[in-house]
Design a protein around this ligand. Structure first.
Ligand SMILES: Cc1cc2nc3c(=O)[nH]c(=O)nc-3n(C[C@H](O)[C@H](O)[C@H](O)COP(=O)(O)OP(=O)(O)OC[C@H]3O[C@@H](n4cnc5c(N)ncnc54)[C@H](O)[C@@H]3O)c2cc1C
Length: 420
């Protein structure tokens, strides 16, 4: 990597998903010469296929009080949004144990407060990058809706009650108004909860590509390759050396690991043994149904969103614990397609299907902060269900830490140290 004397020095960002690209852009804005490394083309891993929403309301962690009572039924009943592959149960058990421990009322409120500190400034962080990259044509600001069947009214009311103290714009929408807002929904959708300030992208992949293009325009370099490990520089204590699978080495003054679901081993090789695993998620696309809904509509009980987007109606979500190696389970695609048909008249079969790997921590908070052995190395992974939402703000925080300037948000709550 060549050093530009006008910059702070060389930074390496590993992982060119939405989190890594946003981190690279923020590092450039702080004066670093940045190389972005990925073993696959930018934006083609988990960031490709998400449900497109900037979920600024998402203060509630996945593990909520009482989940330990619901978990067995959720995990093992055949028609469930949550699945574990029997062969993976032993591997995921320690993660699940920490997940259950994070579900006490006290912990959940603390986690919500922490997440709120990231969620409040996340869209202004995005605005900076979107304006600069001229990417606003890929964004819509039409809110989102959760829908509920008649017997789920208490769940809808609890959802509103939980979010109001965090000043999340949210309101209950009664039946007639719900159907006026979304005429394509059938009578099963009995009431809704509207989140009027939620934005979405029309195409997460196009968004990653536009941001990546801006990164190149700003003088960034992209390198295709796989990081194996990072070590101290033998003579220069200011630098670290990244070793690639190809045998190539890269020297940098800062490294940001934005390696999503594949971060556990890399952090472990730096002595940070973190409980990171993957919640695999799926989507199916109904190409002809892009005009059916006016905004993303989520059926919380079913664990999926139905999002109108550039390519059609994307039905995406659910959680499967099966690691990063197992092939997709085709029953998950059928689950999503029939789940969408529960509320919408969808004539055609899905035209495409996809599975991706959320990088998930048991407490639903991302890991943002320094490696304890190599202070030049920064973590930025574990965004779980909200990596699109939080990618810009956590990238900004990493760039601020890497540059030694005050951070926009207090970062201690997101440090890897909480698990060590
Ligand atoms: C079905 C589904 C729906 C979702 N919906 C939403 C939503 O509506 N809103 C939201 O905010 N979030 C959503 N998410 C989550 C969001 O998509 C992710 O949090 C986000 O994409 C994570 O981005 P990332 O850059 O960390 O990971 P990725 O996009 O997975 O990128 C990580 C990159 O790191 C690279 N990499 C890993 N290891 C190495 C290595 N050793 N060497 C080189 N490269 C490496 C990989 O190749 C990959 O390209 C959803 C996720 C799923 C699965």
């Amino acid at each position: 990597m060549t050093t530009n004397p006008n910059t702070r020095g060389n930074a390496l960002v590993v992982g060119a998903g939405v989190v890594g690209i946003a981190t690279a852009l923020w590092l450039q804005r702080h004066g670093w010469t940045v190389t972005l490394l990925d073993r696959q083309p930018p934006g083609t891993a988990t960031s490709f296929g998400n449900a497109c929403t900037f979920a600024t309301y998402s203060v509630e962690p996945v593990a909520t009080p009482g989940i330990w009572r619901q978990a067995p039924a959720l995990l093992f009943k055949p028609d469930s949004p949550l699945k574990v592959r029997p062969a993976y149960l032993g591997k995921i058990a320690p993660w699940l144990w920490q997940f259950l421990r994070a579900s006490s009322e006290r912990r959940v409120h603390g986690i919500s407060r922490d997440l709120d500190t990231l969620l409040k400034p996340c869209m202004s962080s995005w605005s900076t990058l979107l304006d600069d990259a001229q990417a606003n044509h890929l964004i819509r600001h039409d809110g989102s809706l959760y829908i509920f069947e008649a017997h789920e009214r208490p769940v809808a009311e609890e959802m509103v009650a939980y979010h109001l103290p965090f000043d999340v714009p949210i309101r209950l929408v009664e039946n007639h108004e719900l159907h006026a807002m979304e005429p394509a929904l059938n009578a099963r959708a009995a009431l809704g909860v509207e989140l009027p300030k939620v934005s979405r992208t029309l195409d997460p992949y196009a968004l990653s590509l536009r941001l990546f293009q801006r990164f190149l325009e700003m003088g960034g370099h992209f390198l295709r390759g796989e990081l194996r490990d990072i070590q101290r520089h033998a003579v220069d204590s200011e630098q670290v050396v990244a070793h690639l699978a190809s045998g190539q080495t890269l020297t940098a003054a800062r490294v940001a690991l934005c390696t999503g679901a594949w971060s556990k081993q890399l952090a472990g090789s730096l002595g940070d043994h973190l409980p990171q695993d993957t919640e695999r998620g799926y989507h199916v696309l109904f190409e002809q149904a892009g005009q059916l809904l006016n905004r993303p509509v989520c059926w919380g009980a079913g664990g999926f969103y139905m999002t109108p987007m550039a390519q059609g109606l994307r039905v995406g979500g659910t959680v499967e614990f099966a690691g990063t190696q197992a092939l997709p389970d085709p029953r998950r695609y059928r689950y999503l397609a029939s789940g969408a048909r529960r509320f919408l008249n969808l004539q055609h079969e899905p035209s495409s299907q996809w599975m991706g790997f959320r990088s998930s921590m048991p407490d639903s908070k991302p890991v943002v902060g320094r490696s304890h052995l190599l202070p030049q190395v920064f973590y930025n992974f574990g965004h779980g269900h909200v990596g699109l939402t939080l990618g810009a703000i956590t990238g900004q925080l990493v760039a601020q830490m890497a540059s030694g300037v005050p951070t926009a948000v207090e970062v201690e709550a997101f440090s890897a140290r909480r698990f060590l």
